[in-house]
Design a protein around this ligand. Structure first.
Ligand SMILES: O=P(O)(O)OC[C@H]1O[C@](O)(COP(=O)(O)O)[C@@H](O)[C@@H]1O
Ligand SMILES: [Mg+2]
Ligand SMILES: [Mg+2]
Length: 337
């Protein structure tokens, strides 16, 4: 009989027993990543007392000003995983190029990607933020990792997850057999399975989008937004509610919990860059989590997980959450092509 209180380790062992999807090296890698998230969560909890607030006075490769916590979280994830022994290389939002694991350290065949701190603009105002991660495998015949090895469609992800540093510290994880949520028992320091087999409702009347970009949106998004705004009297025949936290991880956690649609479309300002959200370590892991929870995720035209990446820090338009609404906005895009 399974114990009543199921830890992350027990859950992963059980998943492997049932489906053979979590070999020991993958489980140990995920445990290292999730342990690093606990360390980040501890720092987040200290706030001003831990000297983690404010700007680092540096810029990342994408020209964004880094917060102290962006840099610290990146270091925590990097250091713990570098010594883990299961990786060939690491890529991060905060690093220009990949970080191959030195041959003098124990090695593995997995590739780890992360957004060490998602929702940076919310750090200093004590609003929930998170860490997003994705695991890929090195192509079989290769030994030395290059940036090209990371350019795999999201469909090939072996695992994906996020940690959410909020009133509770949560971990949401998929290894391709459903999406499961864990709560950090802060006294015991362990992740406990509290949200097994999470499911996103197929229908929703709640959207999350940064409406300050409205004037720059393209026709399909404008049409959909106008229809939602029209409420009961409009073509959708019901009133919609709006929620926007501005930490994707937090907005998506709400959507995983009670449904909704998250949109970060490309607009006139960002179209050249491809959009706002990064494909490999933001959109893809979230898309895998969403699909595994019965939701949908597209770039407006095709499933996010089928997008062929061209570069490490590639940006994409993002539409994800409750299936029927994601299908609607995707259809609107196809109709206006
Ligand atoms: O406030 P904006 O510009 O609309 O951006 C909000 C979006 O930017 C992000 O914060 C980007 O993530 P980072 O904090 O990792 O750069 C998303 O989490 C969020 O949805
Ligand atoms: Mg982010
Ligand atoms: Mg970030």
């Amino acid at each position: 009989m399974r114990p009543k209180r199921i830890s992350l380790t027990q859950h992963l062992i059980e998943e492997n027993r049932r489906y053979g999807t979590v070999p020991e090296e993958l489980r140990l890698l995920l445990e290292v990543v999730c342990r690093a998230c606990k360390t980040i969560g501890n720092s987040v909890g200290k706030g001003a007392l831990g000297n983690i607030l404010g700007s680092n006075q540096t810029e990342n490769v994408q020209g964004e000003v880094q917060k102290k916590l962006d840099v610290l979280s990146n270091e925590i994830l990097l250091e713990s995983n570098e010594w883990g022994g299961y990786l060939a290389a690491i890529a991060s939002e905060e690093m220009e190029t990949i970080h191959p694991i030195s041959k003098t350290y124990p090695h593995g065949n997995y590739l780890l990607l992360f957004d060490p701190l998602d929702g940076s603009s919310n750090i200093d105002v004590n609003v929930s933020i998170g860490t997003i991660f994705s695991v890929l495998a090195m192509p079989e015949d290769k030994t030395d990792a290059t940036e090209a090895d990371f350019l795999q469609p999201g469909r090939r992800q072996i695992a994906a997850g996020y940690a959410l540093y909020g009133p509770q510290t949560l971990l949401v994880l998929t290894t391709g057999r459903g999406t499961n949520g864990f709560t950090l028992d802060r006294e015991m320091g362990s992740w406990v399975l509290t949200h097994p087999n999470m499911k996103i409702p197929e229908n929703t009347s709640e959207y999350a989008v940064n409406t300050s970009n409205q004037r720059r949106w393209f026709a399909p998004v404008k049409r959909y937004f106008d229809e939602m705004q029209a409420g009961k009297q409009g073509p959708l025949g019901r009133d919609f509610n709006m929620r926007w936290v501005a930490s994707m991880v937090t907005d998506m956690h709400r959507i995983l919990t009670r449904g909704g649609i998250f949109m970060y479309p490309a607009d006139e300002r960002t179209v050249e860059a491809g959009g706002r959200i990064r494909l490999l370590y933001e959109a893809n892991p979230m898309a895998m989590i969403v699909e595994q929870a019965g939701g949908a995720a597209t770039n407006g035209l095709i499933p996010m997980l089928d997008v062929i990446p061209e570069k490490l820090h590639q940006r994409v338009p993002v539409f994800m959450g409750s299936k029927n609404e994601v299908e609607r906005i995707t259809r609107y895009h196809k109709e206006t092509r």
